[in-house]
Design a protein around this ligand. Sequence first.
Ligand code: HEC
Length: 522
Amino acid sequence: MMIATRLTLLRRSKALLGAFLIPGLLLSLPSNHAVAAGQKTKSISAAEVSPETIQLYKDNCGDCHGANRTGAMGPALLPENLSRLRMKKAVDVIKNGRAATQMPAFSQQLDDKQISALASYVFSKPDVAPTWTEKDIQASHIVYHSKGTLPDKPKFEADLKNLFIVVELEDHSATLLNGDTFEPINRFKTRFALHGGPKYSPDGRYVYFASRDGWVSKYDIYNMTFVAEIRAAINTRNLAISKDGKYAMVANYLPQTLVLLDTADLKPVKVFNVTSDQGQPSRVSAVYTAPPRNSFIAALKDLKEVWEIPYDQPELNVRKITVDDYLDDFFFDQSYKHLIGASRDSKDGQVIDLDLGKKIKTIDLAGMPHLGSGITWEYKGRTVMATPNLKDGQVSVIDMNTWEVIKRIETKGPGFFMRSHSNSKYAWVDVFFGPNKDLMHVINKETLEIEKTLQPIPGKTAAHIEFTKDGSHALMSIWDKDGALIVYDADTLEEVKRLPMKKPSGKYNVHNKTTYASGTSH
Ligand code: HEC
């Protein structure tokens, strides 16, 4: 993940991007504008906020957003949670409300000065960091249907391994899609601002969502209903599911924890405070599942460590691997013996041997590789991995034996997601950033050349491909308020179908995800 020695502008965009650089997950990209402009709202300290403003907040906002801004019926209003929102947008939301939501307009009650003071307040850092204890986690737990009480037979007819969940960011919804007919089966509301990509249970019956504000929701696809929810933190990055399906691990920024849940009903099992042996705490950028190792692996934002937590041992001890740099964007080889991490401020990739617990190689990667959406395939008898680049218009292709970059494929701009399928001769990469964001490249995996460049809707971002189970079709997101899901024949590259959707972001195929297919992020 989700910018090198480089310019301030890039640093700033990285700060923004940080939130999104999670494999598979990428639910929550910011608008292109925000990223392109590298804008970040300057945070003041809550001590600089006047008592009148705090009182205004208490009187007008606290009931819905929580007295200490940690969220209630409305979302949390803390700098960590608002990193995607620009100050101007915040002022606009407070003034005019948000159509079709419970967020009211305050332009009648409050004047411009009060509104702008409130907007600064919600971006201010609290003097005392809000807490979210094990007790708070437990108290938030909701079980709608306890385990075993709902029918095991799906309420619909479809190939259960070829279903997709499509996340639609605009109105906080998700669509369950039939991957054979491309007909929606159900569309449902999710928690506010999903983050990090939903994850399936190994049998594909359940899907787990994490939201920006720390809510973890378990959805029964067969019965098309939520079965349990819990709030694991105040600000969350993503979640991962263990190979045996028994555990969910949740990675958080606020508080700085990893929270292990029992997937049966999402009851908390253990809260890990993420702190070095010297007592320095760290935010968790992302957590990954390493199926052959029966472990979770966490990327830390503020410590030069990688944490591995084996869940097949009752002690649930943390194995800490010390690394040379802050690594917060990971890729794993198919055996999960090697972790490839991108260092935060240099252009290198580092290969860590997870068995030895140390770095074995530095990969020379220019720009800012997005390893989290790297993929692998067989090329001339060897395994290669390819990764898009968040800063430069290029895709790096790396030999996974020698860890040498064997090719840099020039693209029309920085990309975010890359996908393929073992049955397809193509790898798709988007141009997520810059003036060419409406383009999508299709790379020939045998020649390592761009075979075709698509421009489905001029001016609208084309992003994130996911294949059907058999690899015959590729589904693309038109990442826009009035967006669409476009289905392509993966061989002829002809459009087959177009479904209108509201800012569709990621889409997740049950088969590809539960088999940890090489063409998709895990
Ligand atoms: C009746 C409940 C309610 C009240 C009162 C309320 N809000 Fe909201 N607010 C919401 C909800 C719900 C949302 C999420 C809307 C959506 O789905 O986009 C929201 C969204 C917001 C957002 C955008 C957050 C984001 O991440 O996009 C801001 C900023 C905000 N409110 C500030 C305020 C302030 C400041 C006040 C007091 C002056 C206030 N709200 C009062 C319910 C409320």
